[in-house]
Design a protein around this ligand. Structure first.
Ligand SMILES: [Zn+2]
Length: 355
């Protein structure tokens, strides 16, 4: 069988099996797992292939909780293109167009410069109200390009480096993340694991829905519920499109230019630095929104919202590495947020008692 090599996780144990997957012309995905005679056949309609994050491995999700980890992103893209050519949904066609624009850098820059110019004239007035307009006017596809550009920058600058979190552990966390995505309907979100000496124990969202969790944070967490609580909070930022709003609120032309074009050669980058590029000191309103989103999800999943507060308290002690503020813990005091979490937990407890 000439399939695409992958690692199969059955969704129950964390041990992977070597496998190969193929997509057939009639729209099925076939997985041949080493040592198992029967092949798994799934309709492509039931399979989720996540967006590409730079060149990190992707977990193709199968119905029933299993997944295939694919490292060869080019081959996976090619496989998708072959099957979809002819009659593809508009979303996918647009995605491919963006990808093409993105690979011909000049094309991307030209297309984006127009939008950037509009944005710049807006941000001259730089009020939150205008920022909201900008967010409303930016199509999700463009937001995704901005996110990819930032990610590329972080990788080029070695601010984010390949993760060392054990693959089984990644699969466990991913499973929880996908469950959360399904329950909350935040379709655009994807999760990436990266090590970051610079950002330390941190988690953050990029425009377009990529949520990054650092190895350092995975290590710092006492239990899975704390990790889920943090991811739920970040998902809240994705749902509210807070990152783009934050970028739009900044009046710095350089930040906008860099975010839109991914042009590292901008001389001022040496002044700007990655921390300014990803300044995630959201407004209190945004933090509260993200916390509320998280609390609601956590209560539904039978996890105490206090988990978020517990991790935040521990984070506040670390202050990130190298003096970089820890976005998760900063801006709104960990104390206040921990209190909010405790109150949310109490309210839920009270409601239960009344029922
Ligand atoms: Zn936040």
């Amino acid at each position: 069988m000439n399939g695409l090599p992958c690692r199969y996780y059955d969704g129950r144990t964390s041990t992977p099996r070597e496998a190969e997957m193929t997509i057939t012309a009639d729209g099925n995905l076939i997985v041949a797992i080493d040592g198992i005679e029967n092949r798994e056949v799934h309709s492509l309609a039931d399979v989720r292939i996540p967006h590409r994050i730079a060149d990190t491995p992707r977990h193709v999700r199968l119905p029933g909780g299993a997944s295939c980890e694919v490292r060869d992103n080019h081959a996976l893209d090619a496989m998708q293109v072959r099957t979809e050519s002819g009659r593809q949904p508009v979303g996918r066609r647009f995605e491919r167009l963006l990808h093409r624009l993105d690979s011909t850098w000049r094309g991307a820059a030209a297309a984006l410069a127009v939008t950037a110019a509009i944005l710049l004239s807006f941000t001259k007035w730089g009020t939150p109200a205008v920022a909201r307009l900008v967010v409303a006017a930016t199509p999700p596809e463009l937001e995704a390009v901005i996110g990819e550009n930032l990610m590329t920058l972080f990788l080029q600058l070695d601010v984010l480096t390949p993760t060392e979190v054990d693959e089984g552990r990644q699969a466990e966390i991913l499973r929880a993340f996908y469950e959360m995505k399904d329950d909350t309907g935040v379709e655009a979100a994807v999760l990436g694991f990266f090590s970051s000496a610079r950002f330390g124990p941190n988690a953050f969202a990029l425009p377009g829905g990529t949520v990054v969790i650092t190895d350092e944070l995975v290590e710092l967490a006492d239990n899975d519920e704390e990790i889920i609580a943090v991811l739920a909070h970040e998902l809240g930022h994705v749902a509210g499109r807070h990152v783009l709003r934050r970028i739009a609120e900044r009046s710095s032309m350089l930040v906008l230019w860099t975010a839109f074009t991914g042009d590292v050669s901008v001389a001022a980058l040496s002044v700007l630095g990655p921390d300014q590029l990803l300044d995630q000191r959201y407004s209190r309103v945004a933090e509260r929104e993200a916390d509320r989103f998280a609390f609601e999800y956590l209560l539904g999943a039978d996890i105490s919202p206090t988990r978020l507060g517990e991790l935040l308290r521990r984070l506040e002690g670390t202050h990130g590495a190298g003096g970089v503020p820890n976005w998760l813990a900063s801006h709104q005091g960990a104390d206040e947020r921990a209190r909010n979490a405790a109150e949310a937990a109490e309210r839920a407890g009270g409601a239960e008692a009344i029922e």
